[in-house]
Design a protein around this ligand. Sequence first.
Ligand code: PMV
Length: 326
Amino acid sequence: MKATAIAHPNFALIKYWGKADRTLNIPATGSISVTVDRLLTKTEVSFDNALDQDIVTLDGNQLDPKEAARVVAFMDLVRKMSGCRWFARVNSINNFPADAGLASSASAFAALALAASNAAGLKMKPGELSALARRGSGSAARSIFGGYVEMHAGTSPNGLDAIANPIAEASSWPLVILIAVTSSDVKRINSTDGMNMTAKTSPFFNSWITSTQKDLENMRAGIGARDLARVGELMEHSCLKMHGLMLSARPGLIYWNDGTLQVIETIRRLRRQRQNAYFTVDAGPQVKVICEPDHLLRVKEALSRLSGVSRIIETMPGPAARLLED
Ligand code: PMV
């Protein structure tokens, strides 16, 4: 009744922003991402019939009931699927600094889905695990897989086909991914609330949904051809379109800070100097930069000189979520 799993975060090349079904957490569009190496969440789940509630610990600190609510709701789902009635100890650690301001829900719920399902005796296939992880966080469905991954919005009302699948192995295109940390503040509006408010209030929401279909096709083709210029241009387009959409919500959602803009300007300047680097930004102010290994030193040096950048984390495409043997 015990299992431990490791999962890595992923960054979206084509973003999703909006839900088709809030209860089942089905995304309104597909998305394409890359799972990264080095950064990871390790989660141990042990069911224990002596417990009268789930005990959730994150980086050594026990969460209070309000903070633990999302994890407890996820554990209830696993209990329902497996028939297990026991509560569990859930211990989770991230190896990346908590103050790096990086979204950890993707690696967190991918590791939790794998560890909790195994501890409860469920033997799930990768696609089923992806659907389970999605219930915790939409982006977690992608972190079940390594390398370049596509998430499908699916058509089934029960969400069984709203799952991810790998489209290219990490080792088949070893790009460099830099994370420029521009703030360690906790984000003010979480992604679920931000998405729901955008869907409700933005006049551009329908165009976002329809135009994303073409972006997904083009990104699939760009990754298939290992064409960084094409992938990078599309990645920036999807990112800027998502932030334009966020700005058009009422009230407008602004996740950027000065440092975010400094990094974007620097990447555009480097490109004018023939350095092939491209940026993307999620629901926070950090910027992720993708480049070829040959350009790493120049790009890293330019970013490290910016007053708005406090730290640079270097990573690359990484592996799928996996179980650890006890
Ligand atoms: O599923 P969530 O709550 O992790 O939301 C992810 C939202 C973005 O990171 C902004 C986009 C994406 O596709 O990852």
